[in-house]
Design a protein around this ligand. Structure first.
Ligand code: ZN
Ligand code: ZN
Length: 281
C-alpha cells in the first residue's frame, strides 16, 4: 500500500480543505493518508472515500520537537515528549519525529528520546521550501550507535497543487510503500511497527532478500545503489553503460546494520529500513 503519513489542511496552516486533500491523494493513487494538523485531530469520519484509508493524526509541537502522531482519536494533552508518545500509544497510535534537519535537532535530542517509531528521513515541504528535507546523517548516526529506528519519507504537504508552477509543489513527493496482509488500518499499523515498508521519492524497491551474509536488492532502473552501514563500512555501486536494476552485497565484519539507498537518474531516492546484523552490537 502506498501512503503519506504527514499532511496539513485548512484546519491548521495547510492551503487545502480536508475534502480537497483527500481528493488529491485519492486521485493520485494513494492507498492511505494521515491528516496531521498542528495540535489538533481533524475528523476524518465524513471524508471517507472508497479505496483510500484515512488515518486520524496530529502533529504535536513541544518546544523544537514536532511529533507526528497517527492512528489516534483524541488530541494529545501531554507537554512532555515521552509522556506524549505514551499517550499516543495508549490510543493505539505511533509517533514519528518530524523533519530533524529543519528543527535543528541534534543527535543527542534524538538519542535520548524513547518510544518513537522512526524519523522523517525525507520531508518534501522542508526540501522544496528551504532545502532541509533530508535526515540521513541523523538516521545513520543513531543506527551506528545502536538505536534502531525506521526512516519515513513524507510530504508534510501544506500547499498541495495550488502553487503557481514556478517551483515544485510539496504534494506526492515522498511516500512509503508498505507490505500488508490485508487492506485495513490494523494490518497497516502492524506492518509499520515491524518496519515492513520502504520510503521513496519515486524509485521502486522490487525485491530484497537476505540470506546468511548476502543481501540482494532489485529496483527500478537506478544510477546508484548504495549499501550504507556503520562509519566507513558499506559500499556504493554506480551504473556505467546501462542503469542498475539489482545489486548484491556481502556483509563485512563490524557492520551492525546495513540499509540500502537507490537513486535514479533524476536524483530521486528510495530508502529501505535497516537490516540489523545479528551477532553485532
Ligand atoms: Zn513540523
Ligand atoms: Zn507538518
Amino acid at each position: 500500500m502506498k501512503g503519506n503519513l504527514h499532511s496539513h489542511t485548512t484546519n491548521s496552516d495547510g492551503m487545502l480543505t480536508p475534502p480537497q486533500i483527500v481528493l488529491l491523494y485519492h486521485s493520485s493513487g494513494y492507498d492511505f493518508l494521515s491528516i496531521t494538523d498542528h495540535d489538533k485531530v481533524t475528523n476524518t469520519e465524513n471524508l471517507k472515500r472508497e479505496g483510500i484509508i484515512l488515518i486520524p493524526g496530529e502533529e504535536i509541537s513541544i518546544g523544537k520537537l514536532h511529533l507526528v502522531a497517527f492512528n489516534i482519536r483524541r488530541e494529545i494533552r501531554s507537554k512532555d515528549p515521552e509522556d506524549a508518545i505514551e499517550e499516543v500509544k495508549s490510543q493505539g497510535g505511533e509517533v514519528i519525529v518530524a523533519h530533524p534537519y529543519w528543527s535543528s535537532l541534534t543527535i543527542g535530542d534524538l538519542e535520548k528520546l524513547e518510544g518513537y517509531l522512526g524519523i522523517e528521513v525525507y520531508n518534501a515541504t522542508c526540501e522544496v521550501s528551504v532545502a532541509k528535507g533530508y535526515a540521513n546523517v541523523h538516521w545513520d548516526t543513531l543506527l551506528s550507535r545502536g538505536k534502531l529506528t525506521y526512516g519515513f519519507a513524507v510530504d508534510d504537504v501544506h500547499v498541495g497543487d495550488l502553487l503557481p508552477r514556478k517551483r515544485p509543489t510539496d504534494a506526492c513527493k515522498g511516500w512509503i510503500m508498505v507490505k500488508v496482509k490485508e487492506r485495513s488500518s490494523e494490518s497497516l499499523m502492524e506492518s509499520l511497527r515491524k518496519g515492513l515498508f520502504y520510503s521513496t521519492m519515486g524509485p521502486e524497491i522490487r525485491d530484497l532478500q537476505v540470506e546468511n551474509e548476502i543481501i540482494r536488492v532489485k529496483s527500478s532502473p537506478a544510477r546508484i545503489i548504495s549499501f550504507i552501514s556503520k562509519n566507513g563500512l558499506g559500499r556504493r555501486f554506480f551504473a556505467y553503460d546501462k542503469p542498475l536494476t539489482e545489486a548484491t552485497y556481502m556483509v563485512k565484519n563490524g557492520e551492525s546494520y546495513v540499509r540500502i539507498e537507490v537513486e535514479d537518474e533524476k536524483g530521486r531516492r528510495a530508502w529501505t529500513n535497516p537490516i540489523i546484523i545479528s551477532g553485532e552490537e
